[in-house]
Design a protein around this ligand. Structure first.
Ligand code: CDP
Ligand code: CDP
Length: 224
């Protein structure tokens, strides 16, 4: 029997990775793995515990005692941290603005990548993040690198907040996104970078459906 495809989707914040990855996974009946949610869950727990976010050893100890599960629910996917649903808590601006510090620690990345590779063992996965094509699934049959202008990405986050009834400041969102991109791209360990064999899609003026169709088209080509 042919091994099912593995699809890696990387790119900066707000490029559309999770929205698109989820839909591609659904259409192919694949598993969707949101690696950003795993880093967010650890950041949330570390903040609660008052851990030093710049100390890789301390974070490693917290992580070794932490269970993170991505589960399917009626409405999509939930993140369980030590058995508790923290899907909403991990999206607060406090977590968002601190996650890059946690994610740059070597000890944290080594353990996270190990867990992500285990989840992807079977194939038939769509995984999104920053280092999926370069480190987590370097042999993925299909690698996509999504980009979009920082204005467009801030606009998307702004719309998202307003739709949910939250307050939003466009300029602040834009500067937070730019700062996180800078930290993620300039870190020493597994920085955000396009894999050499990845297909780059600029989604600035693409609809979600156009991006999904394009990825499905590449997936069909690879599956032949
Ligand atoms: O959805 P959004 O683009 O805002 O971010 P995310 O995918 O939830 O990822 C949150 C943060 O986790 C990123 O800014 C990175 O610092 C880190 N991350 C990472 O380092 N490596 C990954 N594979 C995924 C996320
Ligand atoms: O995961 P990532 O941070 O890369 O982005 P996302 O959370 O999937 O997408 C951010 C927002 O942009 C969502 O509200 C999407 O509905 C929206 N989006 C869009 O308007 N057009 C696209 N082509 C892709 C995403």
């Amino acid at each position: 029997m042919k091994k099912l495809l593995s699809i890696a989707i990387d790119g900066p914040a707000g490029a559309g990775k999770s929205t698109v990855a989820k839909q591609v996974a659904e259409r192919l009946s694949f598993i969707y793995i949101d690696t950003g949610a795993m880093y967010r869950a650890l950041t949330y727990k570390a903040l609660l515990k008052g851990a030093n976010l710049n100390d890789g050893r301390e974070l490693e100890i917290v992580l070794n005692d932490t269970d993170i599960k991505l589960v399917i629910t009626n409405g999509g996917q939930a993140v369980l941290l030590d058995g508790k649903d923290v899907s909403e808590e991990i999206r607060t601006s406090e977590v968002t603005n601190n996650v890059s510090f946690v994610a740059r620690q070597q000890e944290v990345r080594t353990e996270m990548v190990k867990r992500q590779q285990l989840l992807a063992e079977t194939g038939g996965v769509v995984m999104d993040g920053r280092d999926i094509g370069t480190h987590v699934m370097p042999n993925a049959e299909l690698k996509i690198f999504l980009i979009a202008s920082v204005e467009e990405r801030a606009r998307r986050r702004y719309e998202e907040n307003i739709t949910k009834g939250f307050e939003a400041d466009f300029e602040l969102l834009k500067s937070e996104i730019a700062l996180r991109d800078k930290r993620d791209s300039e870190r020493e360990v597994a920085p955000l970078r396009k894999a050499e064999d990845a297909i780059e899609l600029d989604t600035t003026s693409m609809t979600i459906e156009e991006v999904v169709s394009s990825i499905l088209h590449y997936a069909k080509e690879r599956a032949l």
